[in-house]
Structure formats: structure tokens, C-alpha cells
Design a binder for this molecule. Structure first.
Ligand code: MG
Length: 504
């Protein structure tokens, strides 16, 4: 994958991806809009920390999480040989689904159509996929199916596939409990995050695991300077939060002596999504992070609180409903829950966007060709069905025998055969190009946002639940603090058709 910096003046190879306004940031650093959002009506902006304010060096962290999870599994009684299992970052992307019952990993599109399936590391072919997932209607929901939608849990995909293979090659095939393996993997990885095993290693060497965004401090400063109140609402505990935030922000701008001065309110161990629906009280922490035991009646600047809940937060800060924009990276914990329980507006950070957009621009020609081929396929589909219908009409009029001898019928049949051959070759070209495009992005799973020309299930969730989405928090720096983030017109297929038909 290339990493050419794109500037607004950079030439692109296709009109489709041309930058349309000179003042906009380059595409991979833009903020995209699902629901209109006027920044001047936002009075407070809240931030999640992990993978939102703090961007991790993903491969490093994933390797670490993988190793620690394997070690935990061995402690649970898994054979020591699994310590040799390596980590393959190309086997994981966000938005995959695990079928615990069959031991498969799947990528599905927005219509719940199963596009790709792996059993262990072996891809299932079309027939096998159809056999397993197309014979009856399946609801892809827990407990049988598990969605992997946080960056923290990505390594579990690779580990799960390898364990399924590991037990199968040991001769346990048929009696491997793929359901239990997944539950064990997930519990172990969760435990590694929860019990400090992972965070204590990260804390020792922040430079190795955490990326510093040089524009983060300026971004927060710009938002604050426009009068917005910023707050931090993280599930991480005080000690870890303090280490990470110091690393990210301290010493960046002279106006801010300490990372916490960027924020009006700081809440750690927030237990999202429970924060949004439960009633846990806020606890005031002392400077060392120990609960003071004092009752909390107001949230004060410069103090750090633990736990808490949405209702008390709104009451004590006076920041209510749509005045609040919450920025997080987890569709379920940060975005969906807050939206269900409150009127908070939401911004989702999807760091994969950056690579996906860069890649799309670099391969604009292939993607444009793919779009053209799709149009060609649709036209040929229509043509061949029309021809089929005409042939049937002639047959009906003349009778099957006589129709076959008629020049009209034969000429039409030749043309139909030709169109059919053309259609076949267009379909083959689409498949080949799709494979090429996908493989050069992620050879195993393709794009995070797409599955065979459709939006992936993950993309659909982003579209449905996030008001705006972007690849990193500092992208706000490229926009005015009064920006009216306006959603593009929502077009239904018939409206799109009308707009693209010139000769109406
Ligand atoms: Mg997070």
C-alpha cells in the first residue's frame, strides 16, 4: 500500500476522485457526514481515549495482545505448543463475524449476504459457502455469531483461525468445540486488557505502542478557543489514562501545563456502554487516583472522576442532548449506546479510512473501470432478457417448429448468443478486477467498507449510527469551528437513475 501524501492540488487520474473545492483538506483527512451537524450549536465535545485521542501503533499492539492472549490460554490448560503460533496482521480487519458453531470467520454485506468465509485459514469456495449459509435464512446475531468491531479485539480473529486449524490437524477434527475455543479466546483477550497485563507493558514503552499525533494539541486548543467545553470520558483507569495523556499532550503547547487543562471534565473508568444507561454515581479521585469517598455534587475543572452516568453528567454540567458531540471509535460502546440513551451527537473515528481512501485514489482507474463494467453488465442483462422475451413471442406466434426456420428468429438468436457471450466475459472481467483490487488492499478480506460491490455490514453500521465520521481527531483542525457539516443528498436508486440519465 502506498503512502503518498495527497495535497488538494495533487492530480488524480480520474474525474470521479477530483478534489472539488480547494479549501477542503485532502480526502483522507476529511470529515464525512451522515447527518447534518452544525458545529456552532455544539457546546461540549467529549472524547474517548483509546483509539480515539490515543492512536496505537496497531501491529505492535496487536502482536503484544496476541502473545499475551496465547499465554493466558496456556494457563487455562491449552497445550503449550500453541505458544508457537505466530501473528498475521493481514488476516484481520474490523467488522468480521465469527460463526462459533462452525468455527468459521465471515465477511458479510449490508444485506447479510455472506461474501467470504474462512474455516481456520482455508477459504471456503462458492459451493461450500452456499451449502452452509444460503440454504436457510440465518440471523447473524449472538450467541452463535460474534461481531468483531473493536480494534482492541482484532487479534482474536487470527488466533481463532489458527486454533481451529491447530486442533483439526491434531486429529481432533469432528470433536473440536469451536464454540468454546472462541469464548476462551475472547475471555482471555478481554482479561489481558482488563487486568493490566497488556496495559502494564504498553505503559513501560509508550513510544513503541502509541502514535503521537503532532496536531492533536492544536486541534483541542482550537476547539477550546472557540468556546466549546471539552471533556474526556474513557473506560481506561486513572493510572493508565494519566500515563497516556501525559505522553500525548504534556509539553505540546505552553498554554497548557498539564494534559488535564485541555479538559473541563475528566471521567475515567466510565464503564461505557453502562455509563449511558446505568446509574452508577461519580467518585472523586485524589491526585494519585485513589477514590476520596466524598459525595460528588458537581463536576469541577481540574479534578478527575471515576464511574458516573449520563444523567448525572448532564445535570451537573448543564450540557444536554444535542449540545454534546461525543467522539469515539467503538460503534457499539461509544456511538450506538450513547445515541440510544441520549440525544448526544456522535463522531466516529475509523482510522482505516485513511488507507482505504488513499488506496482508492491511487487505484482510481481500476475502480472507475469496475464501475463502468457494472453498468455494462446491467445493460447486457437488460438486453438479453429483452431478446429472450422477443424469441418467446415469435415462438408463440409461429409455433416452435416454424419459428426455428424463420430468418427473423435465427437472426435474433444469433444476436442473443453474442450478447450472452459478451455478458459472460464482462462478468469474468468484473470478478478478475474485483479480486485484483481487493487483493492489493488486503489479500484476505478486501476493503473494510465494501464487500463485492456492496457496503459491508460494518460500513452500513457507520452510516446508520454515526452523525459524522473521520479517520482521526486532528482532522477537525482542517475545519472551521462553525462548520456546517452537511450530509450529501440521500438518493434512492430511482433518483440516482434520473439524475444520471441525460436524455430524459
Ligand atoms: Mg476507544
Amino acid at each position: 500500500m502506498g503512502h503518498t501524501e495527497l495535497t488538494p492540488s495533487a492530480p488524480t487520474s480520474s474525474a470521479k476522485y477530483e478534489l472539488d473545492a480547494p479549501h477542503l483538506p485532502p480526502p483522507h483527512l476529511r470529515i464525512f457526514v451522515n447527518r447534518n451537524l452544525r458545529m456552532d450549536t455544539v457546546a461540549a465535545i467529549g472524547f474517548d481515549m483509546d483509539y480515539t485521542l490515543a492512536r496505537y501503533k496497531r501491529e505492535q499492539l496487536e502482536r503484544l495482545a496476541h502473545r499475551l492472549t496465547v499465554e493466558k490460554l496456556v494457563k487455562r490448560g491449552y497445550p503449550e505448543e500453541i505458544l508457537k503460533l505466530g501473528y498475521d496482521p493481514s488476516f484481520v480487519i474490523r467488522g468480521l463475524m465469527v460463526d462459533k458453531q462452525l468455527g468459521n470467520i465471515l465477511k458479510i454485506d449490508r444485506h447479510s449476504h455472506v461474501g467470504r468465509v474462512f474455516h481456520g485459514r482455508r477459504p471456503l469456495n462458492k459451493d461450500e459457502r452456499r451449502q452452509v449459509y444460503r440454504r436457510e435464512r440465518i440471523a447473524f446475531v449472538p450467541p452463535r455469531f460474534a461481531l468483531v468491531d473493536t480494534l482492541f479485539s482484532l487479534p482474536e480473529m487470527c488466533l481463532y483461525a489458527d486454533l481451529v486449524d491447530f486442533f483439526a490437524t491434531r486429529g481432533d477434527a469432528g470433536q473440536v468445540d469451536t464454540w468454546k475455543i472462541f469464548d476462551d479466546v475472547r475471555e482471555s483477550i478481554d482479561e489481558a486488557h482488563r487486568d493490566d497485563t497488556l496495559k502494564s507493558v504498553v505503559k513501560q514503552d509508550l513510544a513503541k505502542y502509541v502514535e503521537r499525533d503532532p496536531l492533536m494539541a492544536r486541534t483541542l486548543h482550537k476547539l477550546r478557543s472557540s468556546g466549546k467545553k471539552l471533556f474526556l470520558l474513557t473506560n481506561s483507569a486513572f493510572d493508565y489514562t494519566d500515563h497516556l495523556m501525559r505522553y500525548l499532550l504534556d509539553g505540546e503547547l505552553p498554554e497548557y501545563a498539564h494534559w488535564s487543562s485541555y479538559f473541563e471534565w475528566v471521567v475515567v473508568t466510565a464503564k461505557k456502554p453502562a455509563f449511558f444507561k446505568d446509574q452508577e454515581p461519580f467518585a472523586l479521585l485524589d491526585p494519585k487516583g485513589v477514590p476520596t469517598g466524598k459525595a460528588v455534587t458537581a463536576l469541577e475543572r481540574g479534578k478527575v472522576y471515576e464511574g458516573g452516568n449520563l444523567k448525572d453528567f448532564e445535570r451537573m454540567t448543564g450540557m444536554i442532548g444535542e449540545q454534546v458531540l461525543y467522539v469515539g471509535d467503538h460503534i457499539f460502546g461509544d456511538i450506538l449506546r450513547s445515541k440510544k440513551a441520549s440525544l448526544w451527537r456522535t463522531a466516529l473515528v475509523v482510522e482505516e479510512l485513511e488507507d482505504e481512501i488513499r488506496y482508492s485514489i491511487e487505484h482510481a482507474e481500476d475502480l472507475q473501470r469496475l464501475a463502468d463494467l457494472e453498468v455494462e453488465r446491467r445493460n447486457l442483462d437488460e438486453l438479453t432478457s429483452l431478446q429472450r422475451q422477443h424469441l418467446a413471442t415469435i415462438e408463440k406466434r409461429l409455433g416452435a417448429e416454424e419459428a426455428r426456420g424463420s430468418a427473423e428468429f435465427e437472426a435474433l438468436r444469433l444476436r442473443r448468443d453474442q450478447a450472452k457471450r459478451q455478458l459472460k466475459s464482462v462478468i469474468a472481467a468484473i470478478e478478475a478486477l474485483e479480486t485484483k483490487v481487493d487483493a492489493s488492499f488486503n489479500s484476505t478480506w478486501g476493503f473494510v467498507f465494501k464487500e463485492s460491490g456492496e457496503n459491508s455490514r460494518f460500513a452500513e453500521q457507520v452510516k446508520d449510527h454515526a452523525c459524522i465520521y473521520t479517520s482521526r481527531v486532528s482532522n477537525f483542525l482542517g475545519y472551521s469551528t462553525h462548520q456546517y457539516f452537511r450530509a450529501p443528498r440521500d438518493l434512492l436508486p430511482h433518483e440516482r437513475d434520473i439524475m444520471s440519465t441525460e436524455d430524459l
